[in-house]
Write a protein that binds this ligand. Structure first.
Ligand code: 5GP
Ligand code: MN
Length: 333
């Protein structure tokens, strides 16, 4: 909920001609892009001039989201990103709560004089902003964007493209509405979208039916050759080396969801996925039990996230990283 004074502040800036930059985290996911595009489309209806800046490239399937074709990728269009930021009146930070998660663009935001607004659902924010619309109990930033529009009394401005973008974020951050963070409100929002005529099945297709042969075969390989159990079957992990990724010509996003395959084994309470990438190993953690993976990620793998979905990285080799994981995980099980 926005306080009365924050609501007044926001209303004063969301006016025709205001220049807005919306920023989200590295390796943006469906929630990051869905919530950013939904907010941009809404703010443009209010007359604002919006730009979305993401630190690095989007996985292909995210381009289904309306407005995503206008996104500025910092890695590729640094000059343009800097220009819109220096021109901006307001910066929104969506789906992250620490400017480090926005890479070099985050450093520029830190130095910017624009009004800073955080809309996010991660725990323990480390963010110096002016207005905070954050709730770690909320399932997704997409849901918070809908609530934000609602607080501004503008639900009638939500059209089908905005609904599609929000719905995309909801599906991807809730594992298709199954995580504990899903609540009555989530389904009320969806009911509202369906009354509006949202073709929900098209969004599901865009998210789940975009496999290439390579992707499917990489996933098959990972499950048959690179899946291991630990701790009497309570922990599972999958790992892929760079050469495995090359073998199947892996593209960005091709390993998304693999960690959930490990978590789907009966009896498994926590799963990890390790992937070599250039000079580092990127790690995803998921849990459905009493293990809070954000703590594991934060304490041992330079990361963070949510209790049940977190990530991190390591500068050691993949073998060393896995050896370390095997050792530290014992403390959490
Ligand atoms: P994924 O495994 O899908 O990459 O990330 C799951 C969640 O973990 C993300 O939504 C994000 O909250 C968090 N996360 C992933 N990687 C990192 C990281 O390197 N640092 C931090 N602080 N959080 C991360
Ligand atoms: Mn999210």
């Amino acid at each position: 909920m926005l306080s009365k004074s924050d609501l007044e502040k926001i209303k004063l800036v969301i006016t025709p001609g205001t220049k807005v930059v919306i920023s989200t985290h590295k390796s943006p996911d469906g929630d990051a892009i869905g919530s950013s595009c939904a907010l941009a489309m809404y703010l443009e209806k209010k007359g604002c001039i919006c730009s979305i800046v993401v630190p690095d490239a989007l996985a292909d399937f995210l381009y289904f989201i309306p407005y995503s074709n206008k996104i500025i990728v910092f890695d590729k269009m640094e000059a343009r990103a800097k220009e819109v930021l220096s021109d901006s009146d307001v910066v929104f930070s969506l789906d992250y709560n620490d400017l480090k998660r926005a890479g070099s663009f985050g450093d520029l935001i830190a130095d910017s004089k624009s009004l800073k607004v955080l809309i996010d659902h991660h725990e323990e924010p480390n963010y110096e902003g002016d207005i905070y619309f954050n709730d770690p109990t909320c399932c997704s930033t997409a849901q918070l964007v809908f609530d934000f529009i609602d607080e501004l009394n503008d639900i009638e401005l939500v059209d089908i493209p905005i609904a599609e973008a929000i719905y995309f974020g909801l599906i991807t951050d809730t594992g298709s509405f199954r995580f504990p963070s899903v609540n009555e409100r989530t389904h009320e929002i969806i009911a509202h979208f369906l009354k509006m005529g949202l073709a929900h099945f098209k969004v599901h297709e865009a998210i789940f039916d975009h496999n290439s042969m390579n992707r499917l075969q990489l996933n098959g390989f990972a499950v048959s050759e690179r899946l291991e159990l630990l701790e009497n079957g309570r922990v599972a992990f999958i790992w892929l080396k760079e050469e495995d990724l090359h073998r199947f010509s892996a593209e960005k996003g091709d390993t998304e969801g693999l960690v959930n395959k490990a978590l789907s084994i009966s009896g498994v309470e926590m799963a990890a996925f390790f992937r070599s990438a250039k000079e580092m190993v990127k790690i995803s953690f998921r849990s459905k039990g009493s293990i809070f993976v954000n703590e594991l990620a934060r304490d041992h793998f330079n990361g963070g996230g949510h209790k049940y979905a977190a990530g991190g990285s390591s500068e050691e080799t993949i073998n060393e990283t896995i050896a370390k994981f095997k050792k530290v995980v014992q403390k959490y099980v």
